[in-house]
Design a protein around this ligand. Structure first.
Ligand SMILES: Cc1ncc(COP(=O)(O)O)c(C=O)c1O
Length: 384
């Protein structure tokens, strides 16, 4: 198959890009998806016509089974729907459940495209500092109290609990439980963006906020982008039935006939025939090796004073430079060496909190590119 002919969005010819969290091309199950597409077209009306508002029933049934088998999570039919990627889920929640001007609590740093969506919907953002075990419950509570005292009671907490983008850190089970209690006490909805859950290098992630909450007060997003292929633009949203109903009643859901019926039919055919468990184990091994390679190269090439995270899963590393350096001033030095990273400020709330940081995606570049690119970053930093 033609896996290497084109460059993905944002990657220039000849450069080593650690900017975007694209899946490794070797991780795309191209042959199996080819077969799945042929199989889906054997019943051509289903993928080619509008579908039900909630999405393809066979794929939803597979997702309910998957959550039961892997997490012991029983989902009712009216607690799950398909969406056009987790990103659309963030957009739907911000657009339909928040009023313009309402305040959203976010981890700082966090996934920058979600920040863009909240800004698009005219939400105010308030960052709570991330740590290796997630945000501190005491920081969360203080932020809520301070904002409430200023007449800005927050409505939503957006979190990436597993192998967070951009730090790679996960929120511990103990913190999830305490944060959930605090959120409940203050009537704050939790939006749990869980797209990296399956990309665990070691132990399985703890129970989701959604499971801990018994499905009330939490909306959870999942995606096929990181495990199958981002081009499907397909994910799922789990929530209380009243929220699912509200979302399915919106104009785009009513007209759209469910998220991406063609993609959903192909993915459903893949799920019917393929071996998910083997595929997931293969992905874990691919990304674990990449992460280990990146960590070894950082240990070898970073000058004193540079710090980095040690993720247990996912696609990203977060790097913090010494006090004397700012990422913005280094971009030219990286560029002449043909290396690109994602500057930290865009992930942070406020942005100033990230000026000494950058994100390094280890998911897409080859092992040789990881070694060479990190050597070149070390060389640029050593210039002082
Ligand atoms: C935290 C997070 N959520 C969502 C997405 C995008 O997911 P999707 O392709 O399902 O929209 C990404 C991709 O980088 C991500 O890191």
């Amino acid at each position: 198959m033609h896996a290497n002919q084109t460059l993905p969005q944002g990657v220039q010819p000849g450069e080593i890009s650690f900017v975007l969290g694209h899946p490794d091309r070797q991780a795309l199950p191209i042959e199996a998806l080819h077969e799945a597409a042929m199989l889906a077209l054997e019943e051509p009306l289903r993928p080619l016509e509008y579908g039900p508002e909630g999405g393809d029933p066979e794929l939803l049934a597979f997702l309910r089974l998957w959550h039961r088998q892997r997490e012991g999570l029983d989902l009712a039919r009216n607690q799950a729907m398909l969406i056009a990627g987790a990103t659309q889920g963030v957009d739907l929640v911000a657009r339909l459940l928040l009023a313009p001007g309402e305040t959203v609590l976010v981890e700082s740093p966090t996934y920058k495209d979600s920040l863009l969506i909240f800004r698009d919907q005219h939400c105010k953002l308030h960052g709570v500092k991330m740590t290796p075990e997630g945000i501190r419950p005491s920081d969360f509570e203080t932020a809520i109290q301070d904002l409430t005292a200023q007449g800005e009671r927050p409505r939503l907490f957006y979190t990436i609990p597993n192998f967070q983008n951009p730090t790679g850190w996960s929120t511990s089970l103990a913190r999830r439980k305490t944060i959930l209690k605090i959120a409940r006490r203050h009537g704050i909805l939790i939006l749990e963006d869980d797209v990296y859950r399956e990309i665990a290098f070691g132990a399985e992630p703890p129970a989701s906020y959604f499971a801990l909450a018994g499905g009330e007060g939490v909306i959870r997003l999942g995606s096929f982008s990181k495990t199958l292929a981002p081009g499907f633009r397909l994910g799922w949203l789990l929530a209380a039935p009243a929220i699912i109903e509200r979302i399915q009643a919106c104009g785009t859901a009513q007209m759209g006939g469910g998220a991406n019926p063609f993609s959903a039919a192909v993915v459903a055919a893949y799920c019917r025939t393929a071996h998910w468990e083997d595929h997931i184990q293969r992905l874990r091994s691919i990304y674990r090796t990449r992460c280990e390679t990146a960590l070894a190269a950082l240990a070898r090439h970073m000058p004193a004073g540079v710090e980095w995270t040690r993720p247990q899963g996912g696609f990203f590393l977060w790097i913090t430079l010494p006090e004397s350096m700012e990422t913005a001033n280094l971009q030219d030095r990286f560029a002449v060496r043909g290396v690109r990273v994602a500057p930290g400020a865009q992930f942070c709330t406020p942005p100033e909190a990230g000026v000494r940081c950058f994100r390094l995606a280890f998911s897409f570049a080859s092992l040789d590119q990881l070694k060479e690119g990190i050597r070149l970053i070390g060389e640029a930093l050593a210039e002082g």
